[in-house]
Write a protein that binds this ligand. Structure first.
Ligand SMILES: Nc1ncnc2c1ncn2[C@@H]1O[C@H](COP(=O)(O)OP(=O)(O)O)[C@@H](O)[C@H]1O
Ligand SMILES: [Mg+2]
Length: 254
């Protein structure tokens, strides 16, 4: 399970993203980027953040530490903005928090070159989880301490929006033409050789165990949160071995 902290102060909304995350201080004195359960995108976005973030971390990528943040809606009472007040009010209970990377810069492909190996690993990972939100327009990569950090995995695993068609959906190719790192000749074949063997049933069980039960409850077609955890693991396990053969739009892919 993820570490649980409790929000003590709402600091400010973060404006760059589409989902209006907020910056909060918590009872462990940490600063967290908070993604609200009550946001329009819904709790599946938070499940996707946990599955992809915890999987990426275990595959060796830099990912901010994830926690759950308990929120008392009363924290929003002093907020001047209606939109922020509404979000806080709709998000009592567990929300998703990630360590705030202080001083991190948004990634700019023109300013920060990446080698073919690292580009390949990130493109391969994004293909595995079907991340459609790492384009050059909106890279969702941060640079801190000389390295790239992966953030924002809310728009992944599109199949979890329609479980009955998961197999067909997970069999589709991954379009990488617009990927933020497409220009760096990503070596996805080498990445697959290194990373695919790590994506095992045991690893995915460990990853999906991190999802809070509350975000898995009452999904039509599933009796228990653990059934749904297995449903998250299955397409990832099936894709890991061969997804690099279905990555489209990379001019110099090897
Ligand atoms: N862990 C973090 N540390 C520092 N800044 C962050 C962090 N996570 C997100 N941000 C900033 O907040 C913005 C929005 O976060 P993101 O996760 O991309 O949400 P959205 O779904 O709204 O796009 C990012 O583009 C980045 O500038
Ligand atoms: Mg984003």
């Amino acid at each position: 399970m993820l570490t649980e902290v409790t929000a003590t102060r709402f600091v400010t909304p973060l404006r760059e993203g589409g989902s209006l995350p907020g910056l909060v201080e918590a009872d462990d004195l940490g600063l967290y980027v908070l993604k609200f359960t009550g946001a329009g995108q819904g709790r599946k976005t938070l499940v996707a953040e946990v599955v992809c973030g915890e999987l990426a971390r275990r595959l060796g990528f830099r990912v901010p530490r994830l926690v759950t943040v308990g929120l008392d809606p009363v924290l929003g009472l002093g907020e001047p903005e209606r939109q922020v007040q509404d979000l806080l009010r709709a998000s009592g209970g567990a929300n998703l928090g990630m360590d705030f990377l202080s001083g991190a810069l948004g990634y700019d492909p023109l300013a920060f070159a990446v080698d073919a190996q690292e580009a390949g690993r990130i493109v391969w990972f994004d293909a595995l989880v079907n991340n459609v939100d790492r384009s050059w327009r909106n890279p969702n990569l941060l640079v801190q301490g000389g390295g790239l950090w992966l953030i924002d995995h809310g728009a992944t695993m599109i199949w979890h929006h329609n479980w009955p068609s998961v197999d067909a959906s997970a069999a589709r190719p991954y379009g990488a033409a617009d990927h933020a790192l497409a220009r760096f000749a990503p070596d996805v074949t080498a990445a697959a050789a290194d990373l695919a063997p790590l994506v095992t049933e045991d690893l995915l069980a460990e990853v999906t165990a991190q999802i809070p039960d509350a975000w898995l409850a009452d999904e039509p077609g599933f009796d228990t949160p653990d059934d749904l955890r297995r449903a998250y693991a299955r397409p990832l396990l099936a894709r890991a071995g061969t997804v690099h053969e279905r990555i489209e739009g990379l001019k110099e892919s090897k």
